[in-house]
Design a protein around this ligand. Structure first.
Ligand code: AHM
Ligand code: MG
Length: 332
């Protein structure tokens, strides 16, 4: 059954929004609502830590690398601890997999959801006071509840997501999420300690003026169609905008219209971004907002992952722009 969009007034708190949403479903036990509240709570703690990062000695990297080979920053690790702890104590998720850890964690409770999370994305921007983000996906455990949690519970298509969202730690902090009934954005009002609905039923313009790619990759891009697309963008005098924090680049393009590209390169032949921690959640959101997300060959939401940390090429944003990239890649 197609879910109807939630239409609640600007200014309503996240808590009331979640409650009203839940009331539409008489049989809802409130577990997903509680899970979303747990994520929101952890994000407030992370937000506080990010805000004071310049003042105390938690900046800088740890000198160790995570699984993907990226240097782990101290705040990445702190954020990972905060979210894991909140979900573990909350009890609604039975398992969590984070970009920062090799395997999943069995939270050893009766929760029916599993969470995939990138606790702090945009690591190269952490030390320089530029926007960063948290990205999360919520799925249902696939195997029967009484069976121990296993990898199969996590290796699900993005289309199976029950909810997904991100937190953008920018000039203001925002939580943007969807439970499959449109996308809503909440701005954090720190004086009240509350997220407040500020962006109702967000929709991504069908076409846009912005293209976002790391220009330094140009000579390493392995798909001719992408080079052709970028030439066309320049000829059309589109605007190039690239922050290097996926959540921030995505958020801007969602609102203004645009496309984000991270193609396969000679160095990273599968692309850089992780299906499970970055691409899936944003694909779920963009589709809910009327946009599209693709590897160029396949809809992101249709990919069945074979490993937890697998990477994908990512073209995401305004529908017509992504369709044009797909068409050019098909001509190769
Ligand atoms: P991270 O998970 O180590 O933070 O890497 C992901 C980030 C994204 O936020 C961003 O879109 C991309 O990496 C930028 O990569 P690059 O520096 O290669 O342009
Ligand atoms: Mg990341």
């Amino acid at each position: 059954m197609e879910k109807s969009r939630i239409d609640l007034p600007i200014g309503i708190t996240l808590d009331r929004f979640i409650k009203s949403n839940e009331n539409q479903y008489p049989n809802a036990a409130g577990e997903l609502s509680q899970l979303l509240r747990d994520i929101a709570l952890a994000s407030k703690v992370v937000n506080r830590e990010i805000n004071k990062a310049g003042l105390i000695d938690i900046m800088g990297n740890m000198g160790q690398q995570n699984l993907g080979g990226d240097e782990q920053q101290k705040l990445d690790l702190l954020a990972n601890i905060r979210f894991t702890r909140a979900l573990s104590k909350g009890g609604e998720a039975c398992g969590i997999i984070s970009e920062e850890t090799e395997s999943f964690i069995d939270l050893k409770n009766k929760g029916k959801y599993i969470v995939a999370i990138d606790p702090l994305d945009g690591s190269s921007n952490i030390d320089v006071n530029v926007s960063i983000g948290t990205i999360f996906s919520i799925f249902k455990k696939q195997t029967p509840q009484d069976q121990p949690l296993c990898e199969k519970d996590f290796l699900q298509k993005g289309r199976n997501q029950i909810a997904a969202g991100y937190i953008l730690y920018g000039p203001s902090t925002m939580l943007v999420f969807s439970t499959g009934q449109g996308v809503n954005g909440f701005t954090y009002e720190s004086a009240l300690g509350e997220y407040v609905l500020s962006h109702q039923n967000m929709s991504c313009p069908e076409n846009g003026n912005i293209y976002s790619i790391n220009d330094g990759l140009l000579d390493d891009i392995t798909q001719k169609g992408v080079i052709t697309y970028l030439d066309k963008c320049r000829k059309k005098r589109l605007t190039a905008r690239y922050i290097g924090s996926l959540v921030a680049d995505f958020h801007r393009n969602l609102i203004k219209g645009g496309v984000f590209l991270y193609p396969p390169t000679t160095k990273l032949p599968l692309g850089k971004l992780r299906l499970f921690f970055e691409a899936n959640a944003l694909a779920f959101l963009i589709v809910q907002a009327g946009g599209l997300a693709s590897t160029g060959k396949e809809n992101i939401l249709d990919i069945t992952p074979t490993t937890l940390h697998e990477r994908v090429a990512l073209y995401i944003g305004s529908k017509k722009m992504v369709e044009e990239i797909i068409a050019l890649l098909h001509q190769e």
